[in-house]
Write a protein that binds this ligand. Structure first.
Ligand code: BTN
Length: 260
């Protein structure tokens, strides 16, 4: 296990990391323990460009009502607040920023499984939950950092930085993640589309999706930051929306990540 920077230093060090990349408009809230940084951001009254980071998160939320569990407190949990925007754009931008941060920490390429799971060697390294009110978007990112053991049902689906490369001080991971995500959330769509495409784990594969109650199967053509995932089906081409679609089965390894 690695020695961790004490929580008392987190806020200043993270603000400095954001300032160094030209982001002096950001406020960083570090909470010692919270149920979910998504809920904490709302309770604190965080506004656009703020970020809420938890030292320990006890009831993390995943996509589509799932849970994001980290009972040993070995991962990172952060909620980025932005002005409300198109869910497709936020999904792609946050995934690209998280992937870039992971690549910097690992010194190797990673994949993005649409809409926004970060995948390494077929296993999930990080997950993203986007929730919106009429005015604000809450982009929650969880990354597995120092886990080396998983519950049996996650063992072949989840992976951490420590398992791929080396144990990492969680503050170090956050100092890379925060600027990368804010930068990506300000990026133009054309750039994001290219950055996503380079890492698109589903592109070209035959996959099955659930959209609401409907099951759709087809070949994945590409991801459009404005319209969602473009699928070629027997009935023609269809765009699948990020917020309400889940991947049921892909031709490559089927992963659902570190959620139960
Ligand atoms: C998923 O893969 O289903 C999304 C997981 C998102 C987890 C993060 S951890 C920080 C933020 N707070 C939460 O309660 N959830 C997100």
């Amino acid at each position: 296990m690695i020695g961790e920077t004490p929580i008392e230093e987190w806020a200043d060090r993270l603000e400095a990391a954001l300032e160094a990349c030209g982001g002096s408009q950001h406020r960083v809230f570090v909470v010692r323990e919270t149920d979910s940084t998504q809920a904490a951001a709302r309770r604190i009254g965080a506004s656009a460009n703020d970020v809420v980071v938890a030292w320990r998160q006890t009831a993390g939320r995943g996509r589509l009502g799932r849970r994001w569990l980290d009972p040993e407190n070995l991962g990172i949990a952060a909620t980025f607040v932005r002005t409300a925007a198109a869910p497709e754009y936020l999904a792609v931008a946050s995934a690209v920023g998280t992937a870039q941060a992971a690549e910097k920490l690992l010194d190797r390429p990673v994949g993005i499984k649409w809409p926004n799971d970060i995948i390494v060697d077929g296993r999930k390294l990080a997950g993203i939950l986007i929730q919106q009110t009429s005015s604000l978007a809450f982009i929650g990112i969880g990354m597995n950092v120092n886990q080396i053991r998983w519950p049996p049902k996650l063992a072949d689906r989840a992976v951490s930085l420590a398992q791929i490369s080396r144990p990492v001080d969680r503050l170090e991971a956050l100092r890379i993640l925060l600027p990368a995500v804010f930068r990506s959330l300000s990026q133009e769509r054309a750039v994001l589309e290219k950055e996503f495409a380079r890492r698109d784990w589903l592109r070209g594969s035959r996959a099955t999706f659930q959209r609401g109650q409907e099951i759709v199967t087809g070949q994945v053509l590409r991801t459009d930051p404005g319209r969602g995932l473009l699928l070629s089906t027997d009935a023609g081409e269809v765009f699948l929306p990020a917020a309400t679609t889940t991947v049921r089965r892909a031709a490559e390894t089927d992963t659902r990540g570190a959620v139960s």
